[in-house]
Design a protein. Structure first.
Lengths: 348, 348
């Protein structure tokens, strides 16, 4: 089975697990942005009738998983395992969302890299035959993240232009084995063909309003490793998407990879730069697990289904800080995992 | 590949990934208990020269991974991925420990079930050929957990007899493919033959001094599912170990499984009941990821190496609460994952 890996960090899925269905949910503000027509569901208000913001995030995530299950026309009991994570302490949103669904649960934490992480895990499990259906999910909510990581919401504090806005949103992808899959869904089949697992990179940034700069070197490391281990270059992909680097981080990725000989000026975008419009006061862009989660399960998945995108690399990016590490003067470690997705059975 | 699963929740590893080496570290108090001779390393003091308790836990975890690597006589760069988790917000201990090692990292959160979770993941990755060497780790530290989840340490508050003590300790298991493994290590080979992924079970307990009772129903659910899906009964195993149910939780498991027709009175123990002596003022017993982490990588692994234990089921148990969920009046969801370990290539 040694041919299921390339180099040290890249895993390949030769059985081509399929993203059978995906469902994406966005908050009210995200639903007013440039991607508004690509989400499956937009919240009318971000508390959706719950007592607390944490309960609202929990309900959003649960509704998203249920949405994916319904759209796929399967029963939730057909899902063998769900890989999910979020930003709230002890994965509160994921744990409480899954509690009510009776689906076997493996919790992940990769900060905002969680959507890539869960997709690699689900792909790995379906490809190896450990699961027939596996769900990959990630969520974030502006109101839960803001008060946990930064300031009380009512404080209304100002932020510098380098700061990013935590996306209220989430995504759930349902993976299943390709063999024998009739394909309930119209459009092209969408396969997860492999992934590159990231190393932690920390360049000493300790300003929590500079998350893009803190995470960009990790994205560069993972993307470069992906290119080296697979022999592919940027031109192989129709599009490369990073998770939530925002404007500053995106520029750093272009610069750093450019200096290494990889031209990222033609087909590279960042989900954090795509999700809000210039008039939406989002400073450097969106962040949070729900940023790449909702963009991947909405815009990217649907553009692959329609055939407008064929080969895509999604590189969700995470900042592995905590409030305690910040208080103790630690710098911000970054991580990024890359997932290769294709409408063709593309072998590495 | 459909034969890599049994039922919905059980995965099987037919390539028999081997726990090539394991290393366990215990705190000072744990190193004075009944298992003192089974740990690879005992801390002289629990702050080990660091500025903060969080930095001490980080160093303990890092030293444990390095200890496993040295004992296995390999280079850390041979490890393709490390699966690790802990109890501190945003997996601070794992993230900062791995940051300095350059090993590709997939963070997990399963509360105190993390050691089983990381072992299932590492087994799944090695079995499927995604990794040659994969590390599985988990840590907890009394002083970081106590002040995060309960009271400031200096408060010196009293606890009821049902309360448990968070173990200062951690474990790291290094898995590799069996094929072609010369086996650097003396003694019997130790294989991870499969696992049963748990569902979240919440019976409405909301007293954080009753964690054993909160987690026991999840352990019962996973163990019963394991028996049903594999066709094995309690008698199949030399020993079944739960993670950290303590005295109260252990009794509940015996009662509940007994009523379901599974006799757990002969060969069942709980790591939380084993790690402290009666004279150590540990109330209902030990808890924390490091409880089953250090007992599995110390006592259990070494007893398998020597041939004293042949077939073992380890069921680490987690309480998926957070401080926020407690403040908001939520009950405590429990989860448990079971890992089957054998010195023989035992097929399910």
């Amino acid at each position: 089975m040694a041919d299921n890996k390339l180099g040290r960090q890249t895993v390949t899925f030769k059985k081509f697990p399929q993203i059978y269905m995906a469902f994406s949910t966005a908050g009210k503000k995200e639903g007013q942005g440039p991607l508004k027509n690509w989400f499956d569901s937009v919240l009318e208000d971000d508390k959706i009738g719950q007592r607390t913001w944490e309960e609202a995030e929990t309900k959003m995530l649960k509704d998203t998983v249920v949405g994916a299950v319904r759209k796929a026309e399967i029963d939730k009991h057909e899902i063998d395992v769900i890989f999910s994570g979020d930003l709230i302490n002890q994965l509160m949103s994921s744990s409480y969302a899954v509690r009510e669904m009776g689906i076997p649960f493996l919790g992940l934490y990769g900060a905002c890299s969680t959507m890539s992480e869960s997709l690699i895990m689900a792909g790995a499990f379906v490809n190896a035959g450990y699961s027939k259906y596996a769900a990959a999910a990630a969520s974030s909510h502006f109101c839960t993240a803001e008060r946990q990581f930064r300031m009380p919401l009512a404080h209304g504090n100002q932020k510098p232009p380098s700061a990013q806005l935590t996306v209220t949103g989430c995504g759930c992808a349902l993976l299943r084995e390709s063999e024998g899959a009739a394909g309930c869904c119209e459009g092209k089949p969408v396969y997860v063909t492999g992934g590159t697992i990231g190393k932690i990179v920390d360049k000493g940034i300790n300003d929590t309003n500079m998350m893009g700069a803190a995470m960009a070197p990790a994205a560069v490391d993972t993307i470069e490793t992906h290119f080296i281990e697979t022999g592919r270059g940027p031109e192989y992909y129709d599009m490369i998407f990073t998770g939530d680097l925002g404007k500053i981080g995106k520029d750093i990725v272009k610069d750093m990879l450019g200096k290494k000989g990889f031209d990222m000026t033609k087909n590279y975008e960042d989900c954090g730069c795509m999700i809000y419009g210039e008039d939406q006061d989002a400073h450097s862009g969106g962040s949070g697990c729900g940023c790449s989660g909702s963009v991947l399960c909405g815009y990217i998945f649907k553009n692959m289904k329609s055939g407008d995108l064929k080969n895509v690399l999604v590189v969700s990016t995470g900042a592995l800080l905590s409030t305690i590490s910040t208080q103790q003067g630690e710098s911000i470690p970054g991580i990024a995992h890359a997932v290769a997705i294709s409408t063709e059975k593309e072998r590495f």
